[in-house]
Design a protein around this ligand. Structure first.
Ligand code: NAD
Length: 479
């Protein structure tokens, strides 16, 4: 299909000052980490952005103690209305500094600027606004007349939506009166560290939010620390299971938001052009680095050829390249390790007999890239139908009846999301009732809102984030 060139439309980097080195944010101040420093790179260019200190177990101990003191002396004594004022302040600062956050997130993560600008940062601010409103209304939330916070919570987040995952965790924890030790992912620490500056700017009392950087060992030190009352983790199912094992038999609470292998189900009466856009949004948004991505397309046999043909045409128009360019649709893969994981699963798909197609676009010389890819002829037993690829790769399967669609959609160890595309409201309701997924979208996909609870079934984890349900996880008497 003929494509036409767009003139480059790069967003300026000038709004961001990246320091050469970042320490840890403990008790409202920057301190040196005692672990081994590591580097964070721009995945689109492999340029080193900054040296990041690693928090050792002793540093984590310092952070937990700071959070405990802030909890007992200040935060647990403050009224909900006053806590809410800090959240409103943080939300407004995020909005004021939105462009700076969007550019920094794109540099550190590799995702397109149009996504950080239009999705990640506005939604992060929206989470703070939403939870600010709850802070003085907790007695009316349905958790008893005087719901109490856990105390000090340890929060560990992944690299796919760095600031947004921080907001999903920090906003409800603060609104409910907990204090925090948070660890961002090792490949994307920069927006969390800029958020530490926002806490200072908002004059949040020292120790209420502490941010420690590092990889799995630092995360483990948070999980194991006896001063932590609750763990909130978002990441892979493998690490989630390790955390569940570590805290078993202790008094620590946990919420786990883990992986997924979402089914996007297309019936023959669906409006095809709209559906194709929804399928693209479902799996190629954020390079497919989305836990609830619609990575398995289940399409009714009678329209399968047409849907695949139209999808291929649409995928050929996706613009892959410089994430800072405002016309870019698909950015860089976040790390070499993730690129290797995607490549090995895609190779397995081919070896097991599925038919591989990609859009053949040119890729930049440096950095980590993967072409939008589609597999047809996929069967239930193929690894690409069972395992989370976490990249821009769609597996297409077919079905004949709604019952078969449900059986195939539920045939996965995960249960995070699903999508249904059909003209019939009754079929949507029947399907939604049968699907074992925490979120079911109808005639749309990957829509997020702070008021709407999000979470999984089975190996996708337990607990909910967002909405009234999400508050529960940060209040005593809950999971
Ligand atoms: P990961 O599990 O490797 O890492 C997640 C976080 O855990 C990182 O901060 C990492 O440093 C830390 N960590 C690693 N080992 C640890 C340990 N032993 N103890 C404590 N912390 C440890 O996952 P990832 O590759 O960063 O993220 C991708 C995964 O996250 C995917 O599986 C995706 O589906 C999932 N995810 C889920 C949701 C959700 O809401 N359900 C949202 C986003 C991502």
């Amino acid at each position: 299909m003929p494509t036409f060139e767009y003139a480059p439309a790069p967003e300026s980097r000038a709004v961001v000052d990246v320091d050469s080195t970042y320490g840890l944010f403990i008790n409202g101040d920057w301190v040196d980490g005692r672990g081994t420093a590591f580097k964070t790179v721009n995945p689109a260019t492999e340029e080193v952005l900054a040296d990041i200190h690693e928090a050792s177990p002793d540093d984590v101990d310092l952070a937990v103690k700071a959070a405990r003191t802030a909890y007992t002396r200040v935060w647990s004594r403050m009224s909900g209305a006053d806590r809410g004022k800090y959240l409103f302040r943080i939300a407004r600062i995020l909005q004021e500094r939105a462009r700076e956050f969007a550019v920094l997130e794109t540099l550190d993560n590799g995702k397109p600027i149009k996504e950080t600008r239009d999705v990640d940062i506005p939604l992060a601010a929206a989470h703070f606004f939403y939870h600010a409103g709850w802070a003085d209304k907790l007695s009316y939330a349905g958790y008893g007349p005087d719901p109490r916070p856990h105390g000090v919570v340890g929060q560990i987040i992944p690299w796919n939506f760095p600031l947004l995952m921080l907001a999903w965790k920090v906003a409800p924890a603060l609104a409910t009166g907990n204090t925090i030790v948070l660890k961002p992912a090792e490949t994307t620490p920069l927006t969390a560290l800029l958020f530490a500056e926002v806490c200072q700017q908002a004059q949040l009392p020292p120790g209420v939010v502490n941010i420690v950087t590092g990889a799995g060992d630092t995360g483990q030190a948070i999980v194991d620390h006896p001063g932590i009352d609750k763990i909130a983790f978002t990441g892979s199912t493998g690490v989630g299971k390790m955390i569940a094992r570590s805290i078993a038999g202790t008094r620590k609470k946990a919420t786990l938001e883990l992986g997924g292998k979402g089914a996007n189900i297309v019936f023959d009466d669906a409006p095809i052009d709209q559906t194709v856009e929804g399928i693209v949004r479902g799996i190629f948004f954020n390079q497919g680095h989305v836990c609830c991505a619609g990575s398995r397309l289940l399409v009714q046999e009678t329209v399968a050829d047409e849907v695949v043909r139209r999808l291929q045409r649409r995928l050929s128009t996706l613009r892959v390249g410089d994430p800072l360019d405002k016309n870019t649709d698909v950015g860089a893969i976040n790390s070499r390790a993730q690129l290797d994981r995607i490549t090995s699963l895609v190779d397995a798909g081919e070896a097991e007999g599925a038919e591989r197609w990609d859009n053949g676009c040119a890729l930049p010389q440096r950095g980590f890239w993967f072409r939008p890819t589609l597999f047809s002829g996929v069967t239930q037993t193929h690894r690409i139908a069972q395992e989370e690829i976490f990249g821009p790769v769609l597996s297409v399967l077919t079905f004949r009846t709604p019952q078969e669609a449900v059986a195939k959609a539920n045939n996965t160890p995960y249960g995070l999301s699903a999508g249904i595309w059909t003209d019939k409201g009754s079929r949507i309701l029947w399907m939604a009732d049968q699907l074992k997924a925490g979120v079911v979208w109808a005639n749309t996909f990957n829509q997020f809102d702070p008021t709407s609870p999000f979470g999984g079934y089975k190996e996708s984890g337990y607990g909910r984030e967002g909405g009234r349900h999400g508050l529960e996880a940060y209040l005593k008497g809950s999971i």
